[in-house]
Design a protein around this ligand. Structure first.
Ligand code: UT7
Length: 322
């Protein structure tokens, strides 16, 4: 059968933990503001590991969990907005480092929704019958693109990687997956690239940074999170009561609390780890899925919904049975 079964997960964060207290020293903020407005207490900031290093460690753990050797993987998709290089991609670096054959490997950019998009692509590629085992990763070193003098963003973003191994099998783990986009022409959430050259003489030293209109993104996120859950339930025929857990993109604890309230879903069944990791963009969902599994919050056969939203604008979600 050309079904997609999830057979392993893994995650990795750099060792360096940065607490809210550190930001009190560098910008006009307070531990109290960050905790109450976002739910973040600590985050991991990489000192010398790049995105592919975090992705590699998460992948090794996921392959280990799946009890599958890297030679058996024939598809790697990495969701990231912070690759080591524009070229080569993180997925291609991983192909060599993991010791895979000359397989299909590519990166995608759908910001914080990247992992959901990557999962949809992998699900459909496995469903075609042409691929056997896929490694899907969300990995970021957002600290590279963070302006540590901008209090609106620097307290939020951090570094991590999460990975999942999928195989073509008997069981369809991904019950339904949806993805959406609505072009952010206003620039509510942007990571700039280099300016076009007006002439060949000016050499500007302009580092690209993440800039966000937090209030606009907050409004968008609080709308699409419950909307996507309802969409997934309508498409599958499942009921909210069927869900053992909701794993939302960890962007702000208040966004997660708001979704629980409007859906009338038990807050204790909304997964939260933003307090320890901050917002890790495409890594957030696979990191949370892996942690929930390891903490015993998700067991084999249990059903959960995952939803992500972010720059692009992009959003999407899935209902998954482990
Ligand atoms: O992963 C992609 C998706 N991202 C998101 O979903 C993020 C969505 N947005 C948010 O989570 C929230 O909007 C933030 C956490 C970014 C900001 O919280 P907020 O409650 O929406 O604050 P705000 O932007 O409305 O700003 C309120 C005040 C402002 O001061 P004034 O203008 O009222 O004087 C900000 O300058 O809070 C100020 N502020 C801060 N104060 C202390 C903004 N950042 C900080 C800070 N420390 N770090």
């Amino acid at each position: 059968m050309n079904h997609t079964s999830i057979i392993g997960t893994g995650s990795y964060v750099p060792a360096n933990i940065v607490s809210n207290a550190t930001f009190e020293k560098i910008v006009d903020t307070s531990d109290e503001w960050i905790r109450t407005r976002t739910g973040i207490e600590n985050r991991h900031i990489s000192i010398n590991e790049n995105t592919s290093d975090l992705a590699y460690e998460a992948s090794v753990r996921a392959l280990d969990d799946a009890r599958l050797s890297a030679e058996r993987i024939d598809l790697i998709i990495c969701a990231t907005v912070t690759p080591d290089y524009f070229i080569p991609g993180v997925s291609q670096i991983l192909q060599r480092r993991l010791g895979c054959d000359a397989i299909t490997a590519f990166d995608i950019n759908a910001a914080c929704t990247g992992f959901i998009y990557a999962l949809e692509i992998a699900d459909k590629m496995l469903g075609s019958g042409d691929y056997e085992n896929a490694l899907v990763i969300g990995a970021e070193t957002l600290s590279k693109f963070t302006d540590f003098s901008d209090r609106n963003t620097c307290v939020l973003f951090a570094d991590a990687a999460g990975a999942m191994v999928l195989t073509r099998g008997e069981k369809q783990s991904i019950k339904k997956i949806v993805t959406h986009a609505w072009g952010d022409l206003e620039g509510f959430l942007r990571m700039e690239t280099y300016p076009l050259k007006q002439d060949f003489l000016t050499v500007e030293d302009k580092r690209p940074f993440i800039r966000m209109n937090g209030r606009e993104i907050f409004k968008f996120a609080t709308r699409v999170l419950p909307e996507t859950i309802r969409e997934l339930l309508a498409l599958t025929g499942y009921d909210l009561h069927d869900l053992d857990l909701i794993i939302a993109h960890q962007a702000n604890k208040r966004i997660i609390d708001h979704a629980a309230k409007v859906l009338a879903f038990p807050p204790g069944k909304m997964y939260v780890n933003i307090d320890r990791y901050g917002n890790t963009s495409a890594a957030s969902v696979p990191l949370a899925i892996d942690e929930a599994k390891r903490e015993g919050r998700l067991a084999k056969g249990e059903l959960f919904a995952t939803v992500a939203f972010g720059a692009g604008l992009t959003w999407g979600g899935a209902i998954i049975e482990l």
